[in-house]
Design a protein around this ligand. Structure first.
Ligand code: COA
Length: 330
């Protein structure tokens, strides 16, 4: 009997649109200040996709980089998992659009909707299929055009979000790369973070548009508290399931929503953990499902990841939903 395969990350990639929207730019759009945004969130600027630049186009760019990085030809990709809450359309899935543009002729694919925790959900699903022996590789993409669902008249939310994409290639391996994965949801607090209209409950109408119901609605203060507590437990559990301790973690790549959330989680995890955190939220804001793979790929490109490193990823977002995962870089 052949041994069961493990799954490991074999390459990463990312893409960010060219247009930068600074806090100073936002000062001209809503009643806010650079100082307020920086001190409450840590965000200085975010990227905004061009009108014709779609979620699939950004995901495609990140996927191409990840495939080149992994040395995998598009025609050999077996599965495409796209985590997004801003698909180009309700259907066909963003995965289908990326599959066609890549020329990934042998791949199946689908979209997975779990807001900011989406990438870790997709990573878990893809690695489980690899570990079960059904596929030997998968492209896992997190891509978002949140600017398309942002209420640009609401200072409560418009300062927080941005656009971008990140991707990882997973391959079967004889050593465990994905060392642990922990996922969770709590739909009892679904109203804390949502886009109320556009689904079957409130189909698009003149009224839903007028009431800005196709944009992100958020209870900021409530979300903040739950995010800190939940991310902390998810991180601790992911580390324990990997058979490691906090001291074994070489790099932490958290969901990049808010500097204060990240600092609070890192501080509670233990002394010195904040020094191991990779941050790019100052330049991108919260890019939801794209946030972790975008940060992971930038960390790799910046030479901050070497073979043998144990990387802790942890996410929290709408659903509510969350995830934690420890990955060993092989
Ligand atoms: C949104 C968030 C930054 C707000 O920070 P906060 O310290 O909780 O601020 P509050 O919501 O208590 O608002 C404080 C005041 O600032 C005001 N305010 C809100 N947004 C503002 C802005 N962009 N500029 C200036 N003032 C603003 C509020 O109206 C409020 O004024 P009031 O006291 O007169 O009512 C914070 O709650 C947060 O980060 N929450 C989590 C959000 C998140 O990351 N969600 C995604 C998770 S994946």
């Amino acid at each position: 009997m052949t041994a069961k395969p493990y799954a490991a990350i074999a390459g990463v990639g990312h893409y960010a649109p060219e247009k930068v929207l600074t806090n100073a730019d936002l000062e001209k759009m809503v009643e806010t200040s650079d100082e307020w945004i920086r001190t409450r969130t840590g965000i200085r600027e975010r990227r905004i996709a061009a009108p014709d630049e779609t979620t699939s186009a950004m995901g495609l760019a990140a996927a191409r980089m990840a495939l080149a990085n992994a040395g995998l030809a598009p025609e050999n990709v077996e599965a495409i998992y796209v985590a997004t809450c801003t698909p180009d359309m309700i259907f066909p899935s963003t995965a289908c659009l990326i599959q066609a543009a890549l020329g990934a002729k042998r791949a199946y694919g689908f979209d997975l909707s779990s807001a900011c925790a989406g990438f870790l959900m997709a990573l878990d699903a893809a690695s489980a299929s690899i570990e079960a022996g059904r596929i030997r590789n998968a492209l896992v993409i997190g891509t978002e055009k949140l600017s398309a669902v942002t209420d640009w008249t609401s200072r409560n939310t418009c300062v927080l979000f941005g656009d971008g994409a990140g991707a990882a290639v997973l391959k079967a391996s004889d050593r465990p790369g994905i060392r642990s994965s922990l996922l969770g949801v709590d739909g009892n607090q679904a109203d804390f973070l949502s886009i109320p209209a556009g689904g079957c409950k409130q189909p698009a109408s003149a009224e839903t548009v007028q009431n800005h119901l196709h944009t992100i609605h958020m209870a900021g203060r409530e979300t903040f508290k739950i995010a800190v507590n939940t991310m902390l437990v998810a991180a601790q559990e992911a580390i324990a399931r990997a058979g490691l301790t906090v001291a074994d973690v070489d790099l932490m790549v958290p969901h990049q929503a808010n500097m204060r959330i990240v600092e609070a989680v890192a501080k509670r995890l233990g002394e010195g953990v904040m020094d191991k955190v990779f941050l790019n939220l100052d330049r991108y804001g919260n890019t939801s499902a794209a946030s972790i793979p975008l940060a992971l790929s930038e960390a790799f490109a910046a030479g901050k990841i070497k073979s043998g490193d144990k990387i802790l990823m942890v996410a929290f977002g709408g659903g509510l939903s969350w995830g934690g995962s420890v990955v060993e870089w092989l």
